[in-house]
Design a protein. Structure first.
Length: 363
């Protein structure tokens, strides 16, 4: 089993008992968080793209490029890159450049985007977002693999004999995943191309996300791909681990209530009746190391995933006292939970090549 950290770079990272950092300091905190994630045992670090005043992640290619210069091993991932909002030519160039700067460590997760602020900022009709994503991705694929591209679509000027530079360092091209949270259009697009799927598994019940993964595998077979070889990642929330389960629940309960109030204006719209329901039937990791290990083994048995996206900043971590508290739980996770999962669920995804002695480009 492999593990992916991710952040949307919320402006306020240090818990509501602390003074917020400046934006400059916040970016540096995220870079140091990626370095820490590499040291603690994560296999990949992701930055999502959002165009929202509450977040600082509008340019993941830039953030990940700086992280590339400060790390050596960890995969660098977009969680997700919103191709529906950007020029696919520029996206192809930016992420190919990042692939070189990171010495071939890029994995691209793409998606339509779920932020209502972004289309108004970019003056894009929300009804066009899915079509823009599909068209943009097809063009990125061609630009990464071909020269002298002739192309015409609906949403940007046509190309005649276009070649981008650089092409990605990884050949034939970096792995592209499709982020899936609510719509079968994402699973259909992934299945059409035979690409991996990243199942967000965020604030819905497991069964909701399982339905999307089942659809993905069905459509893989329909399009002539091997559904048994499907590569899937599943997201879970940052853990709260204690020696006694009742202590973990006591810590999580006020955080859970604050998070629900923040994210859901009406409690009736939250699909869980209680914290216990969220732990049992959702993506919350609350309990002892043994309980969390058993839960993740059950989750893998249902989803058949090769990656767990274990958040470092999100639903539970935002309301803890400080980032050090979240890091403490994650250190226990990688000391007491991850080793069992790696043994029980082996795979070769993101297995590094033997070291050549070359370092990524540094500042």
């Amino acid at each position: 089993m492999k593990f992916l950290a991710s952040t949307l770079v919320p402006k306020h990272s240090t818990g509501f008992a602390q003074q917020p950092l400046s934006q400059r300091a916040r970016f540096r905190e995220v870079v140091e968080l990626a370095r820490w994630a590499e040291d603690i045992g994560y296999d990949a670090f992701g930055v999502g793209e959002r165009h929202n005043p509450a977040l600082l992640s509008s340019s993941p290619a830039v953030i990940l490029s700086h992280i590339a210069a400060r790390t050596r091993r960890i995969r660098l991932v977009t969680t997700v890159a919103v191709l529906s909002l950007t020029d696919p030519v520029r996206s192809a160039e930016d992420y190919a450049t990042l692939d070189h700067l990171s010495d071939g460590r890029l994995d691209l997760i793409i998606g339509k985007g779920g932020d209502a602020v972004a289309p108004s900022v970019f003056r894009i009709d929300q009804a066009d977002l899915w079509d823009r994503l599909e068209e943009g991705y097809e063009l990125v694929r061609r630009l990464w693999r071909e020269e002298d591209v002739h192309w015409q679509g609906r949403f940007r000027p046509p190309l005649s004999g276009a070649t981008i530079e650089p092409h990605p360092l990884q050949q034939p091209a970096p792995r592209v995943w499709h982020g899936s949270a609510t719509s079968r259009r994402s699973t259909e697009l992934a299945a059409r191309w035979g690409d991996p799927l990243y199942c967000a598994n965020g604030l819905g019940r497991d069964e909701t996300y399982l339905d999307l993964v089942r659809h993905y595998r069905e459509r893989l077979a329909h399009h002539g791909h091997d559904a048994d070889a499907a590569v899937v990642a599943v997201g879970v929330h940052s853990p709260i681990i204690t020696d006694r389960s009742q202590d973990a629940l006591a810590i999580a309960r006020p955080i859970f209530e604050a998070s629900v109030r923040e994210h859901f204006s009406h409690r009736s719209r939250f699909p869980f009746d209680s914290l216990e329901d969220f732990v049992e039937n959702g993506s919350a990791l609350v309990g002892t190391a043994e309980q969390i290990t058993e839960k993740l083994l059950r989750t893998h048995a249902k989803f058949g995933n090769q990656v767990f996206g274990v958040g470092v900043e999100g639903f539970f971590s935002t309301y803890t006292t400080d980032l050090a508290t979240t890091k403490g739980y994650l250190e226990r996770f990688f000391g007491e939970v991850a080793p069992t999962l790696r043994v029980e669920i082996p795979n070769t995804l993101w297995t590094p090549e033997p070291e050549s002695g070359d370092l990524p480009i540094t500042a």
